[in-house]
Design a protein around this ligand. Sequence first.
Ligand SMILES: Cc1ncc(COP(=O)(O)O)c(C=O)c1O
Length: 370
Amino acid sequence: MIAPFKLERYFARYEFQARYLLSASDCESLSMPEVLELADADSLARWQSLNLGYTESLGLPALREEIALLYEKVSADTIMTLTPEEGIFICMQTLINPGDHVIGLFPAYQSLYEIARSRGCKVTPWLLKAGDNAWELDFDELENSLQEDTRLLVINFPHNPTGFLPRLPELLRIVDFARANHLYLFSDEMYRFLEYDPVRRLPPIADLYEKGISLSGLSKSFALPGLRSGWLATQDERLFHKWALYKDYTTICSSAPSEILSLAALRAREVITRRNVNLIGENLLVANAFFERFADQFNWLPPQAGSIAFPRLNMPVAIDDFCQQVIERKDVMLVPASMFDLPGNHFRIGLGRKNFKEALGLLNDFMLGI
Ligand SMILES: Cc1ncc(COP(=O)(O)O)c(C=O)c1O
């Protein structure tokens, strides 16, 4: 049995009920006409003559080639398209066996540790620490977590839910640690391309490490979660072969319309990611002002990349109760830390939506009313 996915269940309750989602992790979704408007001539021709048969199991060749342009050491031959969540699932079936030990950055998107746990693996959380103004990695803790049977280290940068992004030397230190201990390194890079300063963009793990796996996709940085489009990339051909065999038991192949829209979106990467980073940038200014105004009530911890942040409430009220009251009184949904299995008073806010200012305005009113 696998434990319920708390965050997804919480969204199932509120996503289409609450008027304002102030904790969504994706950016304001693009519409179909917007994507087609951005499409190059080749993608558009493919779209107009699209046949709705089964597609190639590893992914549309042109799409895999387009994805390969994002990597230096990985070719289209070892890139497989799938839905992002499916990528996590397949990796956790093919990288580890029951009884293996896994170290996973924590807090985390639940499937990054829960699937391993449900397979009978032992999972040690590697806790991201909240400093006064920023989140911090604790390398001593990482080294102390290592066991004889550790097989896999799971990371996620830019990070959900904190918006933390390490510096390159820190990432290289993680790679060195994985290499020295013969670990697979699974890197969830769903929020890559949403760095506020492009200089801070990290290389993908699949380029940096021969036993590294990069998961990426179009749900967050490309504002296209409805396409259900993502991919796994690795240099390891044997591992890739295992994924291919496994995919026959999950989705077999990707959705045909989604593949073509994904191709168009990837080719318009600069325009789409710039639009999203700009939107986040505007919302961040509003957020900074809000948290400055309520500096006694919240500890802000500004994000460095991605579409989310994880501030802390500094009031003598439990964060679950606070979020519940905000929903009831203002119709604004916030996600409390408990949805990430984390004690304490952090909560997630999403910075990628167009109605952010309005929603934060309601939270402002709520704060003034208590
Ligand atoms: C870190 C992370 N990885 C993977 C996913 C899964 O992406 P998708 O919902 O597109 O399958 C999410 C979605 O929220 C996420 O935040």
